[in-house]
Design a protein around this ligand. Structure first.
Ligand SMILES: Nc1nc2c(c(=O)[nH]1)N[C@H]1C(S)=C(S)[C@@H](COP(=O)(O)OP(=O)(O)OC[C@H]3O[C@@H](n4cnc5c(=O)[nH]c(N)nc54)[C@H](O)[C@@H]3O)O[C@H]1N2
Ligand SMILES: Nc1nc2c(c(=O)[nH]1)N[C@H]1C(S)=C(S)[C@@H](COP(=O)(O)OP(=O)(O)OC[C@H]3O[C@@H](n4cnc5c(=O)[nH]c(N)nc54)[C@H](O)[C@@H]3O)O[C@H]1N2
Ligand code: SF4
Ligand SMILES: [Mo]
Length: 682
């Protein structure tokens, strides 16, 4: 470090389960280096390749540094700089005029560009509640799995991640941990060195699958069938922990009956894998203690995704895995945190008003919907922050068409000129994590992190909170809560339950939680038990038990579109973030479709050649990679490129549908049939 350099503690803001503690080195007001905090045990001094390049992203030559107003036709990307005052005055006028007719015609659209509680829905929630805008159902990532966990275990809770290091069997299920959960993978490696067996369940032969002892390359959307066959074997071999089942579960007789309908031969057929893999896995799971399951969200992006997570979530109770701190399951730990959303986002500002809710996953259709008694007013204004819907939402030709409407007023708060920012009437420059305060929980560990600004905002960039404060003032909202500064919002977010002084000093604080949360039952369900059978679902007229629901777009049911396509994350991008960071884009190279050699041969496709991937929703061009990473009958379209950086101005979401999952109203990105052909043939 040079003499005028100093270090600042922060938190990685990205939508990643690892929520790393960051140490930023600042020299002369410039962030020169971002490193993992060695004192934070989950980070352990290590960052992924993406965030190691954080200074490149923050001091990027294409950062948006001034407010922009559209001067060309919608979507043309032609903008002129304007002052903040001019932009905010005009935006407030436009919103006031719409709100005077019906504030529900205004819709916020945000997701997890930052996971920060303050720059997320802190001030924004207050603003939109006070306004009475439509509510947004934030379903685009995890709501099927979240709803499933809540039905079965009672909340988004599970094992403490650190204890995976002591497990003797680890199932990595629907997760490419090396790419998207690196710090968990380090724990799995530790367990492996101590003799644990690692099994990966994933249609794609990922870098993670390659490094496990066993890989079950199942067809997409068949996880519940596999889970039931495992239960079948646990039952017939009597590997059940009857004492645990009897004392701490609900609905065992019914579940047992359903599981007995799934002999391994039946599941092998459905999953497209050898029956021996299933019987061997059942034996391992039934006889190895402690056994731990790391589930990730990859398996719930299909029609039956919620049911699949419910089926898998039953397994640990059956073998009594929860008794041991290194046994059980982890999908998300976010339910462990005592977040005070009511104080932070102030839904009470709605008063008696009950605005409608719009599902972010069907934004394509909803932007194109006219006013009707069932729908309410057409969407007239959209305020987008922390999200890039034109690239990440399903069925993107519809999304783009919606954004292109001349009578839609669109404001985008962004760090970069994304596909969505191209569609804006106003683009407002946002600060990055190195320039603002925030506070973070995690969905992959159980520590709270505080993020301090390391540098001054670049150019005229402002935190999201400041934009909503300023807009509130211009809208005439005089409530005192619009005066709260970001540091007080950080304090409000977790209330008294977290030691704020520890956060200020160390940058992180660990929640006090039991080592093995369900060793003695006490699940946060209504019955206090692990609910194989959910009365709450039955009361809604749904199946109280989990089941295997085949994909809506089931391989073998369409002659025109015989291939199933999944579109999992690319390792060097985070959703559509980092696609514009050249050093990372250079590693990914170009938009790719992995296709199995047999499927490629049948279509005269050679590796490295441009292909058309198409279905009735649209067409996407990318480069074929003939590879055994793809299983026969399944192609992998790695995500999520910016449309404008793709080959024909589209990305993989041109092909995905707006159909929703069985539980949680989530998208079905990986439930998608396509055909592939050499591009010249089109
Ligand atoms: N590098 C990187 N890290 C990321 C992200 C990223 O884009 N890039 N995204 C972040 C986000 S938003 C999230 S939500 C998290 C978690 O995001 P997830 O979507 O869980 O991401 P992964 O763990 O990469 O991948 C899931 C795995 O599930 C597999 N899969 C697809 N369909 C099925 C199926 O039907 N069954 C099973 N068993 N597996 C299936 C895919 O092939 C993939 O390897 O990761 C986060 N971390
Ligand atoms: N086909 C397919 N589509 C998918 C998925 C898939 O697996 N396959 N995954 C889905 C999943 S899991 C998710 S979570 C969604 C993710 O969708 P999004 O949450 O939209 O994620 P990003 O694409 O990373 O876009 C986040 C944007 O927020 C901006 N941003 C970051 N921090 C700030 C800030 O402080 N202020 C403001 N104003 N902006 C900020 C970034 O620059 C970035 O452009 O995509 C989904 N789409
Ligand atoms: S993206 Fe994930 S692994 Fe990378 S620094 Fe952030 S939290 Fe850590
Ligand atoms: Mo996600």
């Amino acid at each position: 470090m040079t003499p005028d350099a100093h270090r600042v503690l922060g938190a990685c803001p990205h939508d990643c389960p690892d929520t790393c503690s960051l140490v930023t080195t600042v020299e002369n007001g410039v962030a020169v280096r971002v490193q993992g905090n060695p004192k934070h045990r989950h980070t352990d001094g290590v960052l992924c390749a993406k965030v190691s390049k954080y200074t490149e992203r923050t001091h990027h030559p294409e950062r948006l540094l001034t407010p922009l107003k559209r001067v060309g036709p919608k979507g043309s990307g032609q903008f002129a700089p304007v002052s903040w005052d001019e932009a905010l005055d005009d935006i407030a006028q436009r919103l006031k005029a719409i709100a005077a007719r019906d504030p529900q015609a205004i819709l916020p659209y945000s997701y997890a560009g930052t996971m920060g509680l303050v720059q997320g829905e802190g001030m924004a929630g207050r603003f939109f509640h006070r306004l009475g805008a439509s509510l947004l159902d934030r379903t685009i990532c995890a709501s099927a799995g979240a709803e499933a966990l809540t039905q079965t275990l009672g909340n988004k809770v599970g094992m403490k991640v650190e204890h995976f290091a002591e497990a003797k069997l680890i199932l990595i299920w629907g997760s490419n941990a090396i790419g998207s959960n690196l710090h968990f993978w380090r724990l799995a490696q530790q367990a492996k060195r101590d003799g644990a067996r690692l099994v990966c369940i994933d249609p794609r032969r990922t870098e993670t699958a390659e490094k496990c002892h066993e890989h079950l390359a199942i067809r997409p959307g068949t996880d519940a069938a596999l889970a039931f066959a495992l239960m079948h074997e646990l039952i017939v071999h009597n590997w059940i922990d009857h004492d645990y089942v009897q004392r701490h579960t609900l609905g065992w007789d019914q579940l047992r009956e359903r599981a007995l309908q799934w002999p391994p031969t039946r599941a092998a057929e459905v999953c497209g894998i050898p029956v021996e893999q299933i019987t061997q896995l059942a034996r391992d799971y039934g006889t190895t203690k402690p056994a731990a399951i790391r589930l990730n969200y990859g398996m719930q992006r299909v029609r039956g995704g919620g049911n699949a997570v419910r089926a898998v979530a039953c397994l640990p109770a059956l073998v009594g895995a929860w008794r041991h701190r290194a046994g059980g399951l982890l999908l998300s730990s976010s339910g462990h945190f005592p977040v005070n959303r009511a104080a932070l986002q102030r839904p009470d500002l709605l008063g008696e008003r009950r605005p409608r809710t719009i599902n972010m996953s069907t934004i394509g259709d909803d932007l194109l919907r006219p006013a009707s008694p069932a729908f309410g007013p057409a969407i007239e204004a959209l305020i987008v922050y922390n999200s890039n819907p034109v690239a990440v939402a399903p069925d993107s030709s519809k999304v783009a068409k919606g954004f292109q409407r001349d009578n839609l007023f669109t404001v985008v708060l962004e760090q970069f000129q994304t596909d969505t920012a191209d569609m804006a009437d106003y683009v407002l420059p946002a600060t990055t994590q190195l320039e603002h305060w925030d506070i973070h929980t995690s969905y992959g560990h159980t520590d709270v992190l505080l993020n301090r600004p390391a540098i001054e905002p670049l150019g005229e960039a402002r935190p999201n909170t400041e934009v909503f404060r300023q807009l509130a003032r211009r809208m005439g909202f005089t409530d005192a809560c619009f005066d709260d500064d970001d540091l007080s919002l950080c304090r409000t977010a977790l209330g008294e339950k977290v030691d704020f002084n520890a956060l200020l000093e160390h940058g992180f604080a660990t929640l006090a939680l039991p080592e093995a949360p369900f060793a003695d039952g006490h699940f946060p369900t209504p019955s206090g038990k692990c609910e194989f059978f959910s009365q709450r679902l039955a009361d809604q007229g749904l199946d109280g038990l989990p089941d295997h629901l085949p994909n809506a777009e089931l391989a073998g049911t369409s002659e025109r579109y015989p291939l199933a396509m999944i579109s999992p994350p690319a390792r060097n991008f985070l959703n559509s973030s980092f696609v514009n960071v050249k050093s990372l884009r250079d590693i990914e190279g170009e938009p790719l479709l992995e296709i199995h050699p047999l499927d490629a041969k049948a279509r005269h496709i050679r590796s490295g050649e441009v292909v058309r991937v198409f279905n009735d929703r649209g067409e996407y061009r990318c480069t074929a990679r003939v590879s055994e990473r793809a299983r026969p009958g399944v192609v992998n379209g790695l995500g999520i490129w910016w449309r404008k950086l793709g080959l024909n101005g589209t990305n993989v979401n041109e092909l995905t549908s707006q159909r929703l999952t069985d539980l949680g109203r989530a998208p079905t990105f990986y439930d998608c049939l396509v055909e592939v052909a050499p591009a010249e043939a089109g």
